[in-house]
Design a protein around this ligand. Structure first.
Ligand code: ADP
Ligand code: MG
Length: 254
């Protein structure tokens, strides 16, 4: 379905693993500035779709434009620099590094600029200072500033989820793709994560997230896309989607 102001337009994105067609997507647009939920039964291809779009997995085919810029075949760090960032279903925190260092490592300039950095040490220092300030501000914003100098391995599951979202924002993205940010999280933290997502959306960030809990999806989404067998089987407003027979079938059939 065409959107009035899409930030992302993806066409013919396909990915097979052996005999399994994990992603088989004809066309998808994401409206700028909204919260879009990506739903669908286990194995529908949601994570693989995220992987393909963000350069973590090479698709068999596909084209996609982000902010009008073609991103297919770019490696993950270049996709990140273009402003599209994802988080993982299982967090990738480095437990033997401090929380602050985990944040700093998520800054996009860490990769591939050592040569330039040695030529322009001044600008590198400026970037370092910027990253540090941003990291501190994000830790504050997500309520984990007191963990700053602790090993990431000492964080609770909930604190890790908060850090995962904060880390993604280190790249100062235009769009954030969250893969099951609420999974295994207690109800109070779900509310806090939802609050952060709303705030980010209200600040102009585009948010796409994978979620299984339909109450959460209905509560927060501006738009819902349902995948099954790698295909978009329905999309629409939360109300429409909750009444859509194809969506109900996909879930009951799972
Ligand atoms: P979802 O995130 O919607 O649960 P996935 O994208 O993880 O779905 O998986 C889609 C399909 O692709 C599943 O059948 C899964 O088993 C398969 N799959 C995903 N990743 C791999 C992989 N690295 N190797 C083989 N099969 C995979
Ligand atoms: Mg998944």
């Amino acid at each position: 379905v065409g959107k009035p102001d899409p930030i992302l337009v993806a066409t013919d994105v396909r990915k097979a693993f052996g005999g399994i067609q994990a992603v088989d997507l004809d066309h998808l647009e994401v409206q700028r500035g909204g919260i879009t939920a990506l739903i669908g039964p286990n194995g529908a291809g949601k994570s693989t779709f995220f992987n393909c779009l963000t350069g973590f997995e090479p698709p068999d085919s596909g084209r996609w434009h982000f902010e009008g810029q073609p991103l297919q075949r770019l490696p993950a760090h270049k996709v990140a620099r273009a402003g599209m960032i994802r988080t993982f279903q299982l967090t990738k925190a480095l437990s033997k590094l401090s929380v602050l260092d985990n944040m700093l490592l998520a800054a996009p300039n860490q990769k591939g600029e050592h040569f330039l950095a040695s030529l322009y040490p001044g600008s590198w220092r400026k970037q370092e200072q910027h990253n540090r300030g941003l990291a501190e501000a994000l830790l504050e914003r997500f309520g984990i500033a007191h963990m700053r100098d602790e090993y990431a391995g000492t964080m609770s599951g909930g604190q890790r989820k908060l850090m995962e979202m904060a880390r993604a924002l280190m790249a100062e993205p235009r769009m954030i793709m969250l893969d099951e940010p609420m999974s295994g999280v207690n109800p109070a933290l779900v509310q806090s994560l939802l609050g952060h997502m709303r705030e980010l959306r209200d600040e102009g960030l585009t948010v796409v997230f994978v979620e299984h809990d339909m109450d959460v999806v209905m509560d927060i989404s501006d738009w819902v896309v349902c995948l099954a067998d790698g295909r978009v089987i329905a999309e629409g407003s939360p109300d429409d989607i909750s009444r859509n027979p194809a969506v109900i079938d996909a879930y009951l059939g799972a």
